[in-house]
Design a protein. Structure first.
Length: 345
C-alpha cells in the first residue's frame, strides 16, 4: 500500500512527532508498504534527510525553546497540502502529528475535503479531544469523573480571583494550556501568589488556559484500539508528574503493563476509558489518561487522539502487553482507518 506519513508540523510537540513518524515508517516498511515522509510545515523528507535525522536523533530532554517554536510556526502548514501528489495519490495517510493543527482537526478536515483516507479520529472528534475544557464537559456528561476546573484566556475571560480559586479547588493547582500536549506549558502551583505567573507561562502556548484541581495519586493510562481497551498501564515518573523530560528521556520513568491493580479497578479504568472514547466520538485508536487516588477513585485527565509512538511511548507498550508488536500495531491502525473509510462510502 502507498502510505504517506505526516510528521513534524508546527506545534510544541514537533520533535516528538518526528520521532514517532520515523519509527512508524520503519515498521510499515517492514510490512512491505511503500512509505513517503511529509512534513506539513516544510515538505517532503528525502531519504537522505531521513537518514541524517535518524543518525542525529530528533528527541530532546525538553521541549523546543519558545523562540524556536515561533520560528517554526511562522512557516504555517502548507496551504497546498491536499493537492500534493504525496497526499493526493496516497492510499492512506498515517498521521504521526502531535498537537497544534496536526491533532486539532485542521489536517483531518483538509484530508476529508481531499477525500484521502487517514488514521485516527475524524475532524470533529479531534477538535473536541484537543480542547481540554470541552473534553471535560463531555466526560462529565457521560459519567466519567474528572477533576474540577476553571478557565481563563482570550475566550474564557480574565484570570479568576486567586483566593477564590484556592477556596474552590484547593492547593496545589495545575495550570496548563487548554490545547497542548506532552505537558508543554504546564505548572503545578502551590501558592496563590504564583498563579498569575503560571497562567502567563501557559498563555504563551495557547489562547485559553485551564486551572485544574490537582489529584494526588497514581498515574494510569488506557489505550483504546478499535473500541477495545488494552491492558492498563501505570507510569511511575522520577518527577512529581509525568512531564516532558520523564516522557522522552530514558530512565526518567518506569512503566508497568499491566499495572498492578485490583481486578475491579482494572475493569473500571477500562470501562471509563471506553466511555470517554465514545463521549468524544473518537475512532481508530486513542490513549485515555487517569489519576487513581488512595481510595481507588479514578479521575480522567484527558484523551490523546494521536498519542506518541516513540520508543518511550505508552500505546506501543500497552499493545506489547496484549501480545502485539509495533509493526502489528501500526498495521492494525491502518486497517482500522480502511474500515472506517469503507463504512463511510
Amino acid at each position: 500500500m502507498r502510505i504517506t506519513i505526516l510528521l513534524g508540523g508546527t506545534s510544541a510537540e514537533r520533535d516528538v512527532s518526528l520521532a514517532s513518524g520515523l519509527r512508524i515508517a520503519e515498521a510499515l516498511r517492514g510490512r512491505r508498504h511503500g512509505v513517503v515522509l511529509l512534513d506539513p510545515a516544510r515538505g517532503v523528507i528525502t531519504p537522505e534527510d531521513e537518514q541524517a535525522m535518524r543518525a542525529a536523533g530528533v528527541l530532546h530532554p525538553a521541549p523546543p525553546p519558545l523562540e524556536a517554536l515561533r520560528k517554526i510556526s511562522r512557516s504555517a502548514m502548507l496551504p497546498s497540502l491536499g493537492t500534493l501528489p504525496e497526499v493526493r495519490d496516497a492510499e492512506m495517510v498515517f498521521l504521526a502529528l502531535h498537537g497544534g493543527e496536526g491533532e486539532d482537526g485542521t489536517i483531518q478536515a483538509m484530508l476529508d475535503l481531499a477525500r484521502v483516507p487517514y488514521t485516527g479520529s475524524g475532524h470533529l472528534a479531534s477538535a473536541l479531544a484537543m480542547d481540554k475544557d470541552l473534553s471535560k464537559q463531555l466526560f462529565r456528561a457521560a459519567g466519567v469523573a474528572t477533576a474540577d476546573w476553571a478557565m481563563t484566556g482570550y475566550r474564557a475571560g480574565p484570570i479568576p480571583d486567586a483566593q477564590q480559586l484556592v477556596a474552590a479547588l484547593g492547593l496545589p493547582i495545575v495550570v496548563k494550556p487548554s490545547k497542548q500536549g506532552s505537558t508543554v506549558g504546564l505548572t503545578i502551583v502551590r501558592e496563590a501568589s504564583a498563579l498569575a505567573a503560571a497562567v502567563a507561562d501557559a498563555a504563551l502556548y495557547d489562547d485559553e488556559v485551564m486551572i485544574e484541581r490537582f489529584v494526588p495519586g497514581r498515574e494510569l493510562t488506557v489505550a483504546i484500539l478499535g473500541g477495545d481497551a488494552l491492558p492498563v498501564g501505570e507510569i511511575i515518573p522520577k518527577h512529581e508528574i509525568y512531564d516532558y523530560h520523564c516522557k522522552y528521556t530514558a530512565g526518567m520513568a518506569r512503566e508497568e503493563f499491566p499495572a498492578r491493580l485490583p481486578p475491579e479497578v482494572t475493569m473500571e479504568a477500562q470501562r471509563q476509558a471506553r466511555r470517554a472514547f465514545a463521549a468524544l466520538k473518537l475512532d481508530g485508536y486513542a490513549r485515555i489518561d487517569f489519576r487513581l487516588t488512595e481510595r481507588n477513585e479514578l479521575f480522567c485527565l484527558e484523551a490523546n487522539t494521536l498519542p506518541g509512538m516513540t520508543e518511550f511511548s505508552l500505546v506501543p507498550q500497552a499493545a506489547a502487553a496484549a501480545g502485539m508488536d509495533f509493526g502489528a500495531l501500526c498495521e492494525r491502525i491502518v486497517q482500522l482507518a480502511l474500515t472506517r473509510t469503507a463504512g463511510g462510502t
